[in-house]
Design a binder for this molecule. Structure first.
Ligand SMILES: [Zn+2]
Length: 321
């Protein structure tokens, strides 16, 4: 009987597929009728194999899910790219183009008891004026810092506007026991790396209250060293990314993320070269830095998009193969 069981079990796969002779078929059927162990074995073979089936379908399902995710990513990245494009365009259009100092750029007139009116020439479309009270030991006067600029947007789209003007008032502790206001010194910051220029001095207590200067140099603006440091930092980050990339040849997933992260330093370095290469005739660290950031985000989203599409294409190719 045991011997018969092992023969039947050997035959069962063929029997299930109906690939046996009539005699063998009858023999196996007869044995199955009487032997429960073999019958169980037969039933197991006959059952559909759901486990195996999912095993076959799973990679395909995974892949189609992956492709779907990649498509959504691509759409999202496209949206980010378009937004970054608009923001960058506005940033460039609205970035200050500082005016170099010239006679007549700012006209100073007396205003009331202790104020001054500043009138800018027609090329100035925006300005900043700050009055600082300096401790008396350092300077007997308040300092007024003036910057004036225009933008590409204003150059192109707002012609024939009125001349800008503002009123500044001497602040701080009274200069003497008669509660007369402190004198003021007005400095213009050309934002070109050169020194600020004293435009005028105003002493409300003197006879000749406004003294026009235009020659005396004041504080020197800080050079754009910071931007150089950021560039070095970005280059170092890129070098590290390349090294990690070279050492993770076998780990595709890690490599993918190294590529994604490593693209940002690339975008930053390119943006730095573009922005610092443009001749703004004058410069400002804050303007140049913010423009570099805007442009690098734009480039980065573009690079990510291209990177994603490249991987998508590669994966579609492998699926079709
Ligand atoms: Zn049996």
């Amino acid at each position: 009987m045991k011997n018969e069981c092992s023969i039947v079990r050997d035959l069962l796969p063929l029997y299930t597929e109906n690939m046996v002779s009539t005699d063998t078929k009858a023999f196996v059927a007869e044995h199955l009728k009487n032997c429960e162990a073999c019958r169980k074995e037969y039933e197991q073979i006959q059952e559909p194999r759901p486990v195996q089936k999912t095993n076959e379908a799973a990679p395909l399902q995974n892949l189609s899910r992956k492709l779907k995710m990649k498509r959504i990513q691509t759409i999202a990245l496209t949206a980010v790219f378009v937004i970054a494009l608009f923001v960058s365009a506005f940033a460039v259009l609205g970035a200050p183009i500082y005016q170099p100092y010239s006679e007549g750029l700012v006209t100073v007139e007396k205003f009331g008891e202790k104020g001054l009116t500043l009138i800018f020439d027609e090329n100035v479309t925006d300005f900043r004026c700050e009055v600082f009270d300096v401790p008396t030991e350092i300077s007997a006067a308040c300092i007024c810092k003036i910057e004036a600029w225009t933008t590409l947007w204003d150059k192109w789209f707002s012609k024939g506007r009125e001349r800008l003007s503002t009123v500044i008032v001497s602040t701080g502790e009274p200069a003497n026991a008669y509660y007369q206001p402190k004198p003021m010194e007005l400095y213009y910051l050309p934002n070109d790396g050169g020194s600020s220029i004293c435009i005028a001095r105003y002493d409300p207590n003197a006879e000749n209250q406004i003294e026009i200067d235009g020659k005396t140099e004041g504080l020197t603006a800080l050079p754009r060293l910071m931007l150089g440091y950021y560039l070095i930092f970005a280059s170092a980050a890129l070098v590290i990314a390349v090294i990690v990339w070279l050492f993770t040849r076998k780990e595709q997933n890690v490599r993918l993320w190294v590529e994604r992260v490593g693209l940002y330093p690339v975008a930053y370095i390119v943006s730095h070269c573009i922005i610092s290469g443009i001749d703004w005739s004058t410069y400002s660290i804050s303007r140049d830095f913010s423009l570099t950031i805007f442009l690098s985000i734009l480039l980065y989203s573009g690079l990510l998009l291209a990177h994603n599409i490249w991987y998508l294409k590669k994966e579609i190719k492998t699926v079709n193969r």
